[in-house]
Design a protein around this ligand. Structure first.
Ligand code: ADP
Ligand code: ZN
Length: 216
């Protein structure tokens, strides 16, 4: 059992936030809140929000702060989050971090730890462009580093795997730039609150082990 349970996963696209979250969830009853996953579900369902978000996501740009913060607020307010949660890919701007603080205050919760996945750019790009995931369960694989047992098929549910359109090389580069410009300032923001801790492990199993150790 880990003692730090209200978590933020911070890191560039491809840094391993989703993979780390899945590793923790194998043993801990945390709620996984990925704003990227919520947005992709909105796009798939063709909602008004989804239609607007899709245009930005295709280009690798950020969806407006108020919109993502609103999504997180309604999710965090549900009682299953009382045992802990992983905010994966949120906040991504200082403004979002401030909106999150307001939400947390309203529901009487605090962030216990912010994990920064500190991975070099060349690895990030290689990973993003080789990333594939399961349509059904969302499990993430990588054609180069973490292939499924059977080609293009999910180990867990036998579904086809697909590449996200925004994982093309060009869009992946744009998303990295957005990370450095808008999200990187959060590292110092949380460091100054003394809740930031970094993970530099590249291999999945090492990374998951390091996560458990840090959240001890
Ligand atoms: P990754 O972490 O691999 O970049 P995500 O699945 O977290 O990908 O996000 C995919 C896209 O969804 C982003 O490029 C962005 O357009 C949108 N998005 C996700 N989370 C946020 C957020 N917190 N703020 C703004 N846009 C977001
Ligand atoms: Zn699956």
């Amino acid at each position: 059992m880990i003692s730090k349970k209200n978590l933020i996963f911070l890191g560039a696209p491809g840094a391993g936030k989703g993979t780390g979250a899945n590793g923790l969830l194998e043993r801990e009853p945390l709620v996984h809140i990925s704003t990227g996953d919520i947005l992709r579900a909105e796009v798939k369902n063709g909602t008004e929000l989804g239609k607007n978000a899709a245009l930005l996501m295709e280009k690798g740009e950020l969806v407006p702060d108020e919109i993502v913060a609103g999504m997180v607020k309604s999710r965090l307010g549900r009682h299953d989050c009382d045992n802990g949660f992983i905010l994966d890919g949120f906040p991504r701007t200082i403004k979002q971090a401030e909106l999150l603080e307001e939400v947390l205050k309203e529901i009487n919760k605090e962030i216990d730890a912010v994990i920064y996945f500190d991975i070099e750019d060349d690895i990030l790009l290689k990973r993003l462009t080789a990333r594939i995931s399961c349509k059904k369960c969302g499990r993430i694989y990588n054609k180069l580093f973490l292939p499924p047992k059977k080609e293009n098929t999910c180990d867990d549910c036998n579904e086809d795997l697909f590449q996200r359109p925004d994982d093309s090389l060009e869009t992946a580069k744009d998303r990295l730039e957005v990370f450095y410009e808008s999200t990187q300032p959060l590292i110092n923001y949380y460091r100054s609150k003394n809740i930031l801790t970094s993970i530099t492990e590249v291999e999945r199993d090492d990374m998951v082990a390091a996560l458990f150790k840090k959240l001890g």
